[in-house]
Ligand binder design. Structure first.
Ligand SMILES: Nc1ncnc2c1ncn2[C@@H]1O[C@H](COP(=O)(O)OP(=O)(O)OP(=O)(O)O)[C@@H](O)[C@H]1O
Length: 243
């Protein structure tokens, strides 16, 4: 089967000459949930920003469900790859929650009853339907995070990319978001420093450091390898035990 994501030899240097990625290889099958782990400055965000063409590869190739990520395809690629950024305020800018969630699918050509149905479906998936007419400015951080996820889900992406989804969430909101993500059953790439969250949500993890993939395997195996974690400045929270 065509993989959801195929990255081969991806290298990238920022305009100031800083080489952030040295040759990333990554294959994600349809329906997989994969955590992207790594210390600060490893290249995780740089990798993610290539997946929908915000950054352009210096070398190597990326395909999303068989479609190469390149200028000619960017409109379709941005429909296929939905990125939920760490700060929901980067994604919410309309007067109401409903308008924010409608923005993406309207841009991809949906209108009328079809658009309304898509907005309701997305808000329903994140448990935010009752807030449809509220201003995103008046929501809590956890609620804004969910609406940001709905704005992406409304575009029905092939791959959901989440940048630090659990950051700054209270424990209940963190757990509720995990339940939402598990229920979606969608191909997901999740960048996170929250190792227990990676374990709960992603059967597989990829460890990135210094712009290369240094480990790729079952999340439990990676997290059980204390030498590997220590070598890449990763650490399980105090008192956390893998059972
Ligand atoms: N705009 C930029 N110009 C130059 N270098 C950059 C730029 N953005 C990031 N970098 C550098 O590229 C490297 C990778 O950064 P990146 O943001 O991808 O790391 P990260 O793994 O997402 O880190 P974190 O966990 O801190 O978010 C770092 O060394 C960083 O300093």
């Amino acid at each position: 089967m065509t993989p959801a994501l195929l990255v081969k030899g991806l290298a990238f240097a920022y305009p100031d000459g800083h080489q952030a990625l040295y040759g990333i290889d990554l294959r994600v099958e349809q329906g997989e949930r994969v955590a992207v782990l790594g210390p600060n400055g490893a290249g995780k965000t740089t990798l993610v920003l290539h997946l929908n063409g915000v950054l352009t590869a210096g070398a190597g190739t990326i395909e999303v469900a068989g479609l190469p990520v390149e200028k000619a395809n960017l409109h379709e690629i941005r429909r296929r790859v939905g990125i939920v950024f760490q700060d929901p305020d980067d994604q919410l800018f309309m007067q109401t929650v409903g308008e924010d969630v409608a923005f993406g699918p309207a841009n991809f050509g949906l209108k009328g009853a079809e658009l309304d149905a898509r907005v309701h479906q997305a808000l329903d998936a994140v448990g935010m339907t009752e807030h449809i007419d509220r201003s995103p400015l008046h929501l809590s951080g956890g609620q804004r995070r969910r609406v940001a996820l709905a704005t992406v889900l409304a575009c029905d992406p092939e791959i959901l990319v989440l940048d630090e989804p659990s950051a700054n969430l209270e424990p209940v909101a963190r757990r509720e978001l995990a339940e939402v993500l598990l229920a979606l059953g969608r191909t997901t790439l999740m960048v996170t420093h929250d190792l227990p969250y990676a374990l709960q949500l992603c059967p597989r993890s990829v460890l990135v450091d210094d712009g290369v993939v240094v480990a790729d395997g079952p999340t439990r195996d990676l997290l059980a390898d204390t030498e590997l974690l220590a070598a890449h400045r990763l650490e399980l929270p105090f008192g956390f035990r893998l059972d």
